[in-house]
Design a protein around this ligand. Structure first.
Ligand code: PHE
Length: 490
């Protein structure tokens, strides 16, 4: 309706000089008209020039005086020749009109007060205020600046700014708008009507849709950073694609005795089907059994009856050290021996009560170096190098115990945010009872360390509940909006 009004008007006339006036003349709300103007202008059907207009409008008070007369004139007319009290006037006109009217009638010297009575001082008065207000209401001009100023001061009028447009035909003007096609379709080509169609122009300034790409989960993000750190330090990644392990590789080969509490079903998930492993390297199994039962290689062993059924039990691996053990065993079979640096980052499982910081599964990061004559100093050095690259350069070490390492150390790092030392990993030198039965040369040592992937990730991303990081409750928007994380990579 607004569109039709504009286009038809411009068919006959060159210009709509003022859209406000035009809107009023055709009885359309100017905001509606404005929307149509913007759309027509976008399609170059019309051209428009912005005009800013200022004009005075009456306030509510001004409107009432324009209708009923100014309060001073109402007051004057209510005063009879014999005089009247103010209270009687108030009964006739109301408090407001009397208060304002008396004030102005006195200023104008129209009335006087004698002995509590109000008398007229002049015969007739003119209501100039009412006349001026009516003029403004009708859109006429009030010439004298002091009149305008007086009305403004009495808050009977205010200045209003209007936005309006001057309109003309645009290059694509037509008395009726053709709907522009947005796509060239197969049907257009078949019918041949594409020749007569008008196509919508590309709007190169329009905002694009957010790109739908894949997003890395924070754990994967940090995993990649840590992978890079290991690769830069010359480590090779171990294959970690078997979540199911035998107890043999998870515990026995690590010189972890069969009655160790970690091997209880309260701590470890054992498999029902298949409950037992089918193959183990038999000659190595014999050596492992012997070292548990009676020792050797300078060790006394544990002195108990080692049971094959216990070693055969399948489980969900409780640490990635099971993988390291397999790899070391394979390395020991290669002659001549060649030093190696290995790492892994993958999932492990423990039968734990789930809370804010624990799940029954998590990721372990593990690094190891296998070489001739390594010492505890080498371990301290490599830990310092590794953790510094992770952004944790203030380190402390505390003696610890693992069945498979001696000596063992827990690693603590000073957390600047928390202002305290937090445990960040576990480490040690693998025992001869573990390495020598594999067939590694006598003078070869292995230094190793492990930590969880979740811990540094939670610290880096400021997540304090592990369930917000891993599992079904993770908010996808968190993953989408997270910055690509940077560790202390040099
Ligand atoms: N396997 C240990 C753990 O699960 C970590 C570790 C790895 C400790 C290597 C020493 C050496 O906590």
């Amino acid at each position: 309706m607004a569109e039709k009004a504009i286009l038809e008007f411009l068919k006959e006339e060159d210009e709509i000089p003022d859209s406000q006036v035009f809107a009023a003349s055709v009885g359309i709300d100017h905001t509606d008209l404005e929307n149509v103007i913007k759309s027509l202008r976008g399609f170059e059907i019309i051209e428009s020039l912005d005009i800013k207009k200022e004009s005075f409008v009456l306030t509510d008070e001004g409107k009432s005086y324009a209708a009923d007369g100014s309060p001073e004139v109402q007051f004057f007319l209510a005063v009879p020749p014999e005089g009247i009290t103010r209270d009687d006037l108030k009964k006739k006109l109301g408090d407001n009109i009397v208060n304002i009217g008396l004030n102005w009638a006195m200023k104008n010297k129209w009335v006087e007060i004698k002995k509590q009575l109000v008398f007229r001082k002049v015969e007739n008065v003119e209501d100039k205020v009412k006349d001026q207000l009516k003029k403004i209401e009708d859109g006429e001009v009030v010439d004298k600046k002091e009149d305008i100023d007086a009305l403004k001061k009495r808050k009977l009028i205010t200045l209003q700014t209007w936005k309006a447009y001057a309109l003309r035909k645009g290059p694509k003007y037509a008395p009726e708008r053709k709907k522009a096609a947005t796509d060239l379709t197969r049907e257009h080509l078949q019918r041949g009507d594409w020749k007569d169609l008008e196509f919508k122009e590309y709007n190169l300034c329009a905002q694009g849709q957010p790109i739908q790409v894949g997003y890395l989960q924070p754990l994967l993000e940090v995993r990649e950073e840590i992978q890079n750190i290991f690769l830069q330090m010359g480590f090779e990644e171990m294959p970690t694609n078997n979540f199911v392990e035998s107890s043999f590789w998870n515990f026995d080969a690590l010189f972890q005795p069969q009655q160790h509490p970690a091997r209880d079903s309260h701590d470890t998930f054992f498999l029902k089907v298949p409950a037992a492993t089918r193959q183990l390297p038999e000659d190595y199994v014999v050596r492992v059994k012997r070292v548990h039962e009676s020792g050797g290689y300078g060790s006394k062993g544990y002195g108990y009856d080692w049971k094959r059924e216990e070693a055969d039990k399948n489980l969900l691996r409780t640490h990635t050290t099971a993988v390291s053990t397999r790899m070391l065993y394979m390395l020991a079979q290669q002659k001549p021996f060649r030093p190696k640096r290995y790492f892994s980052i993958d999932r492990v499982f423990r039968n734990e009560a789930v809370d804010r910081t624990h799940l029954a599964e998590f990721h372990q990061i593990e690094g190891l170096i296998c070489d001739h004559g390594l010492t505890l100093a080498d371990l301290l050095g490599v830990l310092e190098d590794f953790f510094t690259r992770l952004g944790m350069s203030k380190l402390r070490f505390k003696p610890a115990y693992n069945p498979y390492t001696e000596p063992s150390m827990e690693v603590f790092s000073y957390h600047e945010g928390l202002k305290k030392w937090v445990e960040v990993g576990n480490s040690g030198m693998f025992r001869p009872e573990m390495l020598l039965p594999m067939g590694l040369p006598q003078d070869v040592n292995v230094i190793a360390w492990g930590l969880s992937l979740e811990r540094p990730t939670m610290i880096l991303y400021g997540i304090d509940n592990i369930r917000d990081l891993f599992g079904p409750k993770v908010d996808f928007n968190l993953i989408k909006n997270n910055p690509i994380c940077r560790l202390g990579l040099l």
